[in-house]
Design a protein around this ligand. Structure first.
Ligand SMILES: NC(=O)c1ccc[n+]([C@@H]2O[C@H](COP(=O)([O-])OP(=O)(O)OC[C@H]3O[C@@H](n4cnc5c(N)ncnc54)[C@H](O)[C@@H]3O)[C@@H](O)[C@H]2O)c1
Ligand SMILES: O=C(O)[C@H](O)CO
Length: 324
């Protein structure tokens, strides 16, 4: 059968699909598909492997109603109208777990980069500003022994907490929809209210999924409840923070700094004031972008598609999550 991939996909996934006898058409041009191109490819294909691009909304899904499955090359599914897909009988699958380590590593990298103003120091060298050092210049802050607050302690939040505990003996607090017993037992993580999380965190790392409840959650009212020395990390989705408020919060000293792998909107424009701030580090949504992890994700996406096309149950369905 014919599988359309919206980007060139990692080799491991391609091999699996071809081994299963499917023909894979990959969109290899360095530009977004037009609406008409997307519709035409969908009409001609038996399954879609969504590896990037515009939202999968109801109008597009209407052209996919003959498909058994759309396999996402991501764990996040906020870009899909799950209600429409379910009503049209299209299974949507994601890639949970295999990207947790790489994405938590990105959050960890951002935390240290902000604490030590690493991106800013790098820029100083590029500008020939190594300069004359004094004991009071270029100071960052330690994270050793500080309090890490995790908002959304699922797969990635757990690994972030694990790494921060092991590396720096950080004290872990968290707020989530449900209690996470493993984190409480293994990492001595303490469940707190959202307000306590804001008040007590030295580093607050966001790992919740983007839903109507989490959209715009981190705004000025929330930043004002955080410590003036706090570092805000978002490696989940840019829509969770209000970027105008974040800029003002750092400029006005409401919080100390921020590390972002995701921005609101994406892509971030080069004249965004955050990019000039010493206590800010921004990455272009590369959370899961390692060779090993992207191959593992492609394998999971391919396995889901292969199962659906063979009439077997898929491994990672997300249709049932649309009410969240
Ligand atoms: N930066 C990247 O490249 C990258 C990579 C992978 C995932 N992500 C994002 O990270 C998110 C988390 O991934 P995961 O694999 O850990 O998912 P997960 O489902 O294991 O964890 C998400 C957690 O958020 C919690 N949550 C949801 N709504 C909440 C709310 N209103 N209040 C408190 N907690 C809430 C859930 O209960 C769950 O425990 C994904 O949805 C995706 O958007 C980003
Ligand atoms: O959700 C995910 O897996 C990442 O953000 C990739 O888009």
């Amino acid at each position: 059968m014919k599988v359309f991939a919206t980007r060139v996909i990692p080799a491991a996934g391609l091999e699996l699909l071809e081994k299963a006898g499917h023909t894979v058409i990959q969109w290899a041009e360095p530009r977004e598909l037009t609406t008409d191109e997307r519709i035409n490819f969908c009409k001609e294909s038996d399954a879609l492997l969504f590896a990037g691009g515009n939202k999968i909304d109801r109008p597009l899904l209407e052209h996919c109603r003959h498909m058994k499955v759309i396999g996402l090359l991501s764990v996040g599914y906020d870009n899909v109208d799950l209600k429409a897909a379910t009503e049209l009988g299209i299974q949507i699958t994601n890639t949970p777990g295999v990207l947790s380590n790489a994405t938590a590593d990105t959050a960890f990298l951002l935390m240290l980069s902000v604490a030590r103003k690493a991106f800013y120091q790098h820029k100083r060298i590029l500008k020939g500003e190594w300069g004359f050092s004094t004991p009071t210049a270029n100071l960052g802050i330690d994270v050793e022994g500080k309090t890490l607050g995790i908002w959304g302690l699922g797969n990635i939040g757990y690994v972030m907490a694990q790494r921060c505990k092991a590396a720096f003996g950080m004290n872990i607090i968290y707020h989530n929809r449900n209690r996470n017993e493993d984190a409480e037992i293994n990492l001595q993580a303490r469940y707190v209210s959202f307000e306590e999380l804001l008040q007590q965190s030295d580093v607050l790392s966001v790992h919740a999924s983007l839903t109507h409840e989490t959209t715009n959650k981190f705004n000025m009212e929330v930043f004002r409840q955080m410590k003036p020395t706090a570092i805000f990390i978002n490696a989940a989705r840019g829509g969770i923070h209000n970027e105008t408020d974040l800029i003002a919060a750092i400029e006005d000293g409401v919080i100390w700094g921020a590390g972002l792998d995701v921005t609101n909107p994406e892509p971030m424009q080069p004249d965004n004031p955050l990019l000039q701030m010493p206590t800010v580090a921004v990455l272009p949504h590369i959370g899961s972008a390692t060779l090993e992890t992207r191959n593992a994700m492609a394998r999971v996406a391919a396995e889901n598609i292969i199962a659906a096309l063979a009439g077997r149950p898929v491994l990672n369905p997300v249709n049932h999550l649309y009410a969240l």
